[in-house]
Design a binder for this molecule. Structure first.
Ligand code: CA
Length: 223
């Protein structure tokens, strides 16, 4: 079940939000000031945060700023109608959405659902799956047939390029300049060695050919 943290100091409002979200099938946890809210976020995992702006001890925007240093949990800000001007700031600070008080509870529930959906879609995209390979582009890990590969940073980057552009033929110059980030000086062996290392690491776990040599042109993801 998805857990939502509600940071709102007005007890009635907090309870009303909790009840609405529980009725929609979520688990809720309540915090009644900014300090507690932030501490709870640092101690435990939540799938979403509803965040009031005017809070005792630590304001909503401070909570948001600190939270964003190491978390991308979706945040919906609850703000009073006369704070419209701050909305833009909040979105640049990292809020995903906002609702204005007095709010329609049905609308809050709908916003929560749509933001969670969007977030999960974003999460899914962090994985590239190709044949027996699974690449997690956030954790920067790759597994082949379920076994983790120990790739160097450069090997990982090369493999990521092939997986991200499955139809492109990469010349040695392309690969070199993209992965190393400076001008290619004609040392073909660097690329050859890296390609051969990636291939042999893959071969330990999978019989599938992943990188194809295109004679005279370069390399691409094998079909
Ligand atoms: Ca408040």
């Amino acid at each position: 079940m998805e857990r939502i943290l509600i940071i709102e100091d007005e007890k009635d409002v907090n309870r009303l939000l909790a009840q609405t979200l529980q009725d929609s099938g979520y688990e809720t946890v309540s915090a009644f000031n900014g300090m507690d809210g932030l501490r709870m976020l640092q101690e435990e995992q939540y799938d979403m945060v509803l965040l009031d702006l005017i809070l005792p001890y630590k304001s909503g925007d401070e909570v948001l700023r600190e939270l964003r240093k190491d978390s991308d949990v979706p945040v919906i800000v609850i703000s009073a109608k006369d704070m419209v001007g701050t909305k833009i700031d909040l979105l640049t600070l990292g809020a995903d959405d906002y609702v204005t008080k007095p709010f329609d509870l049905g609308e809050v529930a709908a916003r929560v659902a749509s933001n969670l959906r969007r977030y999960h879609k974003k999460e899914e995209k962090k994985q590239i799956i190709y044949k027996e390979l699974v690449m997690d582009t956030e954790a920067r890990t790759v597994s082949a047939d379920g076994a983790d590969l120990e790739l160097t940073a450069k090997e990982y980057q090369m493999l990521e390029l092939f997986l991200q552009f499955p139809n492109k033929v990469f010349s040695k110059v392309n690969l070199y300049e993209t992965v190393w980030g400076y001008e290619y000086l004609g040392d073909e062996n660097v690329i050859k060695t890296h390609i051969s290392n990636i291939r042999s690491k893959l071969k330990r776990h999978s019989d599938t050919e992943y990188i194809e040599t295109v004679w005279g042109l370069g390399y691409r993801l094998a079909k």
